[in-house]
Write a protein that binds this ligand. Sequence first.
Ligand code: UDX
Ligand code: UDX
Length: 468
Amino acid sequence: MNKIIKSINTVCCIGAGYVGGPTMAVIAKHCKNIKVTVLDINQDKINAWNSENLDDLPVYEPGLKEIVRETRGKNLFFSTDIAGSLEKADMVFISVNTPTKSKGLGAGYASDLKWVEASARTVSEFAKGHTIVVEKSTVPVRTAELIKEILILSCDKKDDKKTFSVLSSPEFLAEGSAIKDLESPDRVLIGGDNQKAIHKLSEIYQKWIPKNKILHTNLWSSELSKLTANAFLAQRVTSINAIAALCEPTGAKIKEVSNAIGYDSRIGEKFLEASPGFGGSCFKKDILNLVYLCRYYGLEEIAKYWEQVSIVNEWQKLRIASLIVDKLYGTVSLKNILILGFSFKANTNDTRESASISISRYLIDNGAKLLIHDPQVNEKQIANDLKENSSKIDCSSEGGWSYINNIYKSAKGVDAIVVLTEWDLYKTLEWEKLFELMRKPAWVFDTRSVVNSENLEKIGFRVWKLGQ
Ligand code: UDX
Ligand code: UDX
């Protein structure tokens, strides 16, 4: 491939999702001289990114709308004009989704790369001059090979004006803190072998990130580092959840244990919160992808080792759901249960793989009538996740759910409150008021350590708190 690399004036990103949108907004904020266009095949999503009312952006992230307000229409654009934008782009980020394959070879484990492949084909068709293609999506190690091949095949040997270089720069932001993570990342990673292209991407990051935090590796290390980081983080959540389960029958308290081990500088204090199970678009898919890769390379024992992280995570959700039924005298049929939190963690409207989905589904299937609250997730999304529309709950029908806005108005006669997401507002509820309204015995199941169980027990609640 020819390597005539000029300065970067125009950047595009394919995929206006949770990663593409916020990442490009932050690049636009810090690189005022670069025109940044975020592209998507989904017109509704692009319309939402262009909405007048910044509360209607498709992604909720603290600090995001302020940056969009500052940059949109100046050097940040959202568009479905993929061909026209790619033609002018000096650098193209690929940030499309890479879900687990649902059918065919590797179903249930391997990442589905059809969108990455489609993006590479689109870039190969429309790009002009030299284009630096940057993999942002989390992909299996050696995916860049596929991208390179598609791009090279599109280059006309006689026309050296159309050339490409491929870099891997996986995104490590966590949802809910995306802007903070993008503004001051622990590190950014650039994998590749074309020094000029690496330098150009590095120049963009250096506008706001110290040089010593920009790491360079080969393509394959970069791709594998992203999978490995997610696998280690997911493994930590599973480890602490496993110990939480052991705390419950032994009298140990998970908060005290995690505090005590977190003081060990070799372990560190972060990512030690017990929970109803990790969710989000990445952990499960990336662990399964790692399992697939290990099996592919004949490493069966290693595949089993990582697979157990996901198996224990599924077990944790089921354990909590069945324990709720057990405590409520072994049946939740016709009982009203208030579910607090549907997103997979606080400060995001994303529900992908949220523990709330499987726990709610289990309770509904056991006949419970759920009243579901979340400050950012809307009713349509919940209906989509539970695969059934919200019902006006009546006294006789078994199983079902309603969407609620007002926790206090909905608490009348409920048997239990289950906290599934650690939203700040659940930390300051008026528990005396809720207790008065509820049917007795009034239960609180806290899977996120947001309530003070001693205070609640004084009020009269029966409290089950994860890991104690
Ligand atoms: C990202 C990653 O890129 C994924 O690999 C990583 O593991 C998690 O973060 P995310 O931004 O969360 O994915 O995905 P999503 O919010 O679904 O956004 C992807 C967007 O790409 C969607 O809006 C979809 O419409 C768009 N898309 C998909 C295209 O524009 N073109 C395609 O060919 C496919
Ligand atoms: C994760 C990685 O952190 C990020 O670097 C990567 O780019 C994408 O995947 P994300 O899934 O957005 O980010 O959020 P994260 O904060 O990692 O939380 C994932 C899940 O783990 C959530 O359900 C969260 O509640 C859970 N979790 C996290 C715990 O249960 N306990 C913890 O201590 C931390």
